[in-house]
Write a protein that binds this ligand. Structure first.
Ligand code: PMT
Length: 403
């Protein structure tokens, strides 16, 4: 972080005191920090605290031009290598999502071309309010990155999600960002599957599973951030598509198979994170099946195995990664899948473990490589698991390239 210019935007919530600690952590790491504050933020902590810790002027008023040779909000916007908004209130997020520029902070945020990160902090009900969710989604699609709020005791007395992430963790994420090579997958085409397929029975019923799509979407985002051209074939429609990722929506295993088959020739790597149905009803009824006395039997047939279809036809310059969702004999089952499906790597998760598998934001995975290596990872955010998978993709592509 040495010598990097970080612009910290502070909006008005009780978590402003943590922004003071963040300023200190960032400057200790060698970053040049400048701070701008909303009027409300300055009611919680005076600008002087930030001025002393950053050893720079603090900006609160668009019309308070400190230097006559430059226009402050443009100068600051151009100066920054990264802008971090912490804490970001619901109000500020709303203004950002709608392009409003009515003070120093919002005007500068519109003027900057630097990456902008937002660390929200607010009451648990506010962060899940549809308007805030909508605004966050919109900003996410505009390419803004978020540092998820933590769960815990909130200043308003509630316990829940909404607490500003700890300054140490924000600092670590920023440090990682400056260290990472953002071009390791430049020019590479990567196809990712995500979500649980839906197998139709009649016009009102289908069979599915508990996959939320979170794991696959995180892989799509992480590979995109490393410069890859990403196609996300998804059976989930609930999650926002990461910026610059091409989404192909599907419902059934058959549709997912077709979507993958259509583009598989052009891909450099595949990551099959979707939970694909192994069976689908033999008959799809044209009309709703009516209640009747006694039991109902439904006959199922096998679906096509998408991972297998990609593994079988894989060229020597393509990398194939599959998942294994297991509840027992993890290593044995994962290794069997690795061989049977001709994959280079199987990412196995024990989906019966707390914090792993379906629906949650974390996962516990073990990598089983075709060359016999094994790497067991601890409980990590799915974002971090996705980052590790991204590193393995880039290593495998490099290894192939170097013969
Ligand atoms: O979506 P989340 O809520 O974040 O949950 C993540 C997850 C648990 C879904 C994910 O981590 C995971 O384990 N995905 C694979 C789920 C699965 O179907 O596992 P499986 O062991 O049944 O299948 C093995 C592999 O074959 C998988 O890569 C699967 O995508 C693939 N497969 C399976 C059947 C089929 N017909 N075609 C396939 O391509």
């Amino acid at each position: 972080m040495q010598g990097k210019n970080i612009l910290l935007a502070v909006s008005g919530g009780i978590a402003v005191y943590k922004a003071v600690a963040l300023t200190s952590k960032l400057t200790q790491k060698g970053a040049n920090v400048k701070v701008m504050m909303t009027e409300h933020a300055a009611q919680f902590v005076p600008p002087l605290s930030f001025q002393v810790l950053s050893r720079n002027d603090v900006y609160t008023d668009t019309f308070d031009e400190k230097e006559s040779k430059v226009v402050a909000h443009i100068d600051l916007a151009d100066w920054a290598d990264l802008v971090i908004v912490a804490p970001a209130t619901a109000n500020l997020i709303g203004k950002m999502a709608n392009g409003i520029a009515d003070d120093m902070v919002t005007t500068t945020l519109l003027a900057t071309e630097a990456p902008v990160w937002v660390a929200p902090a607010m009451n648990v009900h506010m962060i899940s309010h549809p308007a805030v969710v909508r605004n966050i989604e919109r900003l996410y699609q505009d390419g803004i990155r978020f540092i998820e709020p933590d769960e815990g005791y909130l200043a308003c007395g509630y316990i829940g999600r909404g607490r500003l992430e700890e300054p140490e963790k924000i600092t670590a994420r920023i440090e990682e960002f400056f260290q990472e090579d953002k071009t390791v997958l430049a020019g590479k085409k990567i196809l990712i599957t995500a979500g649980g397929t839906r197998e139709k029975l009649d016009p009102v019923r289908y069979f599915t599973n508990r996959s939320s799509g979170k794991m696959g979407f995180q892989i799509a985002e992480q590979t995109m951030l490393k410069g890859a051209e990403v196609t996300l074939v998804t059976a989930t429609r609930e999650l926002p598509i990461p910026p610059n990722v091409k989404a192909v929506y599907v419902d059934s295993a058959e549709e997912m198979y077709e979507a993958v088959a259509h583009v598989k020739e052009q891909q450099d790597a595949f990551v099959m994170a979707a939970a694909v149905a192994d069976y689908t009803p033999v008959e799809v009824h044209e009309h709703k099946i009516k209640k009747q006395s006694g039991n109902l039997s439904i006959q199922f047939k096998r679906t096509k195995d998408i991972l297998l279809s990609v593994g079988e036809t894989k060229r020597s310059d393509q990398v194939v990664i599959g998942f294994a969702a297991e509840t027992q004999n993890i290593a044995e089952n994962a290794r069997t899948k690795l061989t049977k499906k001709h994959a280079d790597l199987i990412v196995a998760n024990n989906v019966s473990e707390p914090g792993a598998g379906f629906g949650v934001d974390t996962n516990i995975v073990t990598f089983y490589f075709a060359d016999g290596r094994e790497i067991a990872l601890p409980l990590l955010d799915k974002r971090e698991v996705a980052a590790r998978i991204t590193t393995e993709i880039s290593r495998a592509l490099d290894a192939q390239h170097n013969g």
